[in-house]
Each structure stands twice: as structure tokens, then as C-alpha cells.
Design a protein around this ligand. Structure first.
Ligand code: ZN
Length: 245
């Protein structure tokens, strides 16, 4: 058994920041992915291939034809199936040793206990859900990674329990949010943001330093920007008022 595991992850284990011990940490890790769209499908695939032990996927939607352009775990035959179930089926074929829990629900304060794990990956497309994640994770000292994608670009931020700022310090409720339905989305933009998110997940799950601040990336034209983030002294979450969880 161990030798097949060694072989399976050999290219990752010889990578300088991983090694056998940290590969074992990944095997023991539990993550929750909220949203199984352009970001969630690819992040789930990358992390299942990397050898994460347990993955919970939360999404209440069904696969639509227009999803296939960018949602990497789905095929034509999946149209009409629940995304979480279709993702579980495909991930099982990719790595049968990763345990996948498919949850066909919308995340809100009533089922926020689903976020009890080692790391939460935000792959949603709405602010309300992100505030639920932010409050629940702050309250329970769980790290999480914000990610968003639209057009040819996206954003990403590690929100760590003992770091000086949280998501709500940066993003206000009133923030205008355009959607992929109105602006469109390139599959390559989702792939790049997912790849950064999955890499940050490996750093966090193996207890290594992760990136600070808000990372903004655009592919067309190409640029990567790191925006430094400060604590908002009036942030309710940082002041222990968890209105969303
Ligand atoms: Zn805050």
C-alpha cells in the first residue's frame, strides 16, 4: 500500500517544499469546497490528485450545458445531474483514496457546521455566502481562501485565523458585484485562479507560510498585482460580532 502511495505522489514528494512527511499531512487533511463551478471543479480536481484525504463539496445546482466551457469535472452526459454528485463521481475515478462528501444544499448559517474542517475553499459567486464563511471561520479559527473570477481575471486572498485582517475588513456589503452571466468568463482565467488557490491550500495544509494580501490577476492583458490589506478597526467580524454565522 505504502509503496503504491509513494509511487502515486512521487513527483510531488520530491518537490522541495513537500516531501514524505508533508504528503502524509495532506492525506490526513479535510477540506470543504463551497461552490462547484469554474473554480470549485478545478480546485477539487487538483487537490484530489494531490492526495487530500477528505473533500466535502457543497453546491445545490445542477450541471447546465453552458457550464461545460469551464467546469472541468463535467461532461455532456452530466447535464441535468446535481453538480456535487457528478463531481463526486468523477473525483472517485481520479483518486479512489480521496473520500468525497457531496452536499446538495446552499450554504447558509443553518448548515454552516459543514465548514468544520482543516481548510475552507471559497469557490462561490456571491458575497452573502462569503460573509457566512468569513464569520463561521473567524468564530471557529478555521483558515479559508477567498477566490473569485470574472471575464479574463480574478482575485484571491488567504484569510488566516491569527492574521490581522479578515475578508470583511476588505470587502463591504455594498460592493458592486458583476456576474459571469453579464461579463462572461474565460475558462483559462478560472483555471489560473484555481491553480493559485490549490497551491495556497497545499501551503496552509502543510503548515507552511502562505501569501499575504489580496492577489489580483488578469490574463487579457496579462498582469499580476498584490494589494496589501489592512485591518478595518470597525470590522464587525474582527470585533467578535458574527452577524452571518
Ligand atoms: Zn475583519
Amino acid at each position: 500500500m505504502f509503496s503504491s502511495i509513494t509511487m502515486r505522489y512521487s513527483r510531488q514528494v520530491i518537490f522541495e517544499y513537500i516531501g514524505k512527511e508533508k504528503q502524509e499531512m495532506l492525506r490526513k487533511s479535510r477540506i470543504t469546497i463551497v461552490g462547484c463551478g469554474g473554480l470549485g471543479t478545478r480546485t477539487a480536481e487538483l487537490l484530489a490528485r494531490a492526495g487530500i484525504g477528505w473533500i466535502t463539496i457543497i453546491d445545490k445546482d445542477k450541471v447546465e450545458l453552458s457550464n461545460l466551457q469551464r467546469q472541468s469535472l463535467f461532461r455532456e452526459e452530466d447535464v441535468g445531474k446535481h453538480k456535487s454528485e457528478a463531481a463526486k463521481e468523477e473525483l472517485g475515478k481520479i483518486n479512489s483514496s480521496t473520500k468525497v462528501n457531496a452536499v446538495t444544499e446552499t450554504l447558509d448559517r443553518r448548515n454552516a457546521g459543514l465548514l468544520d474542517c482543516d481548510l475552507v475553499l471559497d469557490c462561490t459567486d456571491n458575497l452573502e455566502t462569503r460573509f457566512v464563511i468569513n464569520d463561521y471561520c473567524a468564530k471557529n479559527s478555521i483558515p479559508w481562501i477567498y477566490s473569485a473570477v470574472i471575464g479574463s481575471g480574478g482575485m484571491l486572498m488567504n484569510v488566516m485565523p491569527r492574521r490581522e485582517y479578515c475578508f470583511r475588513c476588505v470587502i463591504k456589503e455594498s460592493e458592486c458585484t458583476e456576474s459571469c452571466e453579464t461579463r462572461g468568463i474565460l475558462n483559462s482565467a478560472a483555471a489560473v485562479v484555481s491553480s493559485i488557490q490549490a497551491t495556497e491550500a497545499l501551503k496552509i495544509l502543510t503548515r507552511q507560510p502562505c501569501e499575504k494580501g489580496l492577489i489580483s490577476i488578469n490574463l487579457w492583458p496579462l498582469r499580476l498585482t498584490r494589494i496589501s490589506v489592512k485591518k478595518n478597526p470597525n470590522c464587525p467580524t474582527c470585533n467578535g460580532k458574527y452577524e452571518y454565522a
